[in-house]
Design a protein around this ligand. Structure first.
Ligand code: DAH
Length: 343
């Protein structure tokens, strides 16, 4: 008779310690303790075997068992239901993504990329050089030895530790690096940042960008230079643009010229951009001086070539009409967002 009680107490313990962890395990629990063929049903059935004076006590025990099983089942059921992701929360994997706001390219990058694209179509390859340059590459090899007055054309930031090093004042230094390390034919453009010790204003900055070009081969002539520049100007500014060369001086080119394009803004009628002259300057150029070739161990009797250098800010100003140079370096998103990559 006590065995019947013992069995019931064991089942009560089982119910208390049982902890179904999944929906399926909870269903097993329900079948085992609360279903039509449950253990509890069996235990209820055993009541018949008890003498009547113990039936009440056993009945109370049975109620406890049933209540314990029901309580556990209800609690776990609620827990599983609330932790189970509802259909609303299941992400719709087919839904279109959130729109990420797209950044825009800096106007200088847009123009630089366009310059690169134009020159690469006619066989120029990009090369780069260091921004901290030595005296040889920035000046001496470019026919501008120490104490040469042409050094004053560019105010230089020297390194305080060693005056033989400086922030490059122009990308012409990369010409030297290329001519020293490779044999002609050389057909390169060198885009990059340059530095000059200038007071910052709307019209001058201590850092700006240039694209240098170099073409060395046998029989390269000034006519090749003119045609290359004309092609560039018309691709960049439009088919009706004309170019003009004004005699000039650079130590590393002979002859040297300053290149102007016809003012496409006013159609040469005269405006603020061309200062009523009908022409705007976009860079310097010339035939590489024979002594520069010699400095790079290239035979000037065998090779000739042209070089040019243009300011990316200058061309961007013409393209986008942003006149204050400082705006290019402030990175104000309100300015940057106004330019599209189509130039
Ligand atoms: N390096 C010159 C400057 O920064 C620009 C320049 C002029 C580059 C004539 C050239 C050139 O390659 O041939 O002012």
């Amino acid at each position: 008779m006590e065995e019947i009680f013992d069995r019931a107490y064991i089942v009560l313990e089982e119910i208390k310690i049982s902890s179904p962890e999944t929906v399926e395990a909870l269903e097993q629990f329900r079948i085992q303790y609360l279903g039509t063929k449950s253990v509890l049903k069996d235990l209820f059935g055993a009541m018949a075997q008890l003498p009547s004076e113990r039936k009440k006590e056993y009945g109370q025990l049975m109620n406890m068992l049933k209540a314990a099983a029901e309580k556990k089942f209800e609690e776990l059921k609620v827990m599983f239901e609330t932790s189970k992701p509802s259909t609303k929360e299941i992400p719709d994997l087919t839904a279109p993504g959130f729109n990420m706001p797209l950044g825009t390219r800096h106007p200088l990058s847009i123009v630089k990329n366009r310059i690169i694209e134009i020159f690469s179509r006619i066989g120029f390859t990009i090369a780069e050089g260091p921004e901290i340059e030595d005296d040889w590459h920035n000046f001496t090899a470019l026919n501008t030895p120490q104490d040469h007055p042409a050094r004053d054309m560019q105010d230089t930031f020297f390194l305080t530790e060693d005056k033989n090093y400086m922030l490059r004042t122009h990308t012409s230094s990369v010409q030297i690096r290329k001519m020293e390390s490779e044999k002609p034919p050389l057909r390169y453009i060198f885009p990059g940042r340059v530095y000059r010790n200038e007071t910052i204003s709307a019209r001058a900055h201590c850092t700006f960008h240039q694209v240098e070009g170099l073409y060395i081969d046998d029989n390269v002539s000034f006519a090749d230079l003119k045609q290359t520049m004309l092609y560039f100007a018309q691709e960049m500014f439009g088919k009706n643009v004309q170019i003009r060369f004004r005699p000039s001086f650079f130590p590393f080119t002979e002859p040297s010229a300053e290149m102007d394009i016809s003012c496409f803004i006013c159609d040469q009628k005269g405006c603020v951009v061309c200062k009523q002259s009908g022409w705007v300057e976009i860079g310097g150029c010339g035939m590489v001086d024979p002594s520069v070739l010699e400095n790079c161990k290239l035979d000037p009797k065998k090779y000739s070539g042209f070089a040019f250098g243009m300011g990316v800010e200058r061309i961007t100003q013409l393209k986008f009409r942003v006149n204050d140079l400082r705006l290019y370096f402030e990175n104000d998103i309100r300015l940057l967002k106004q330019f599209s990559s189509a130039v």
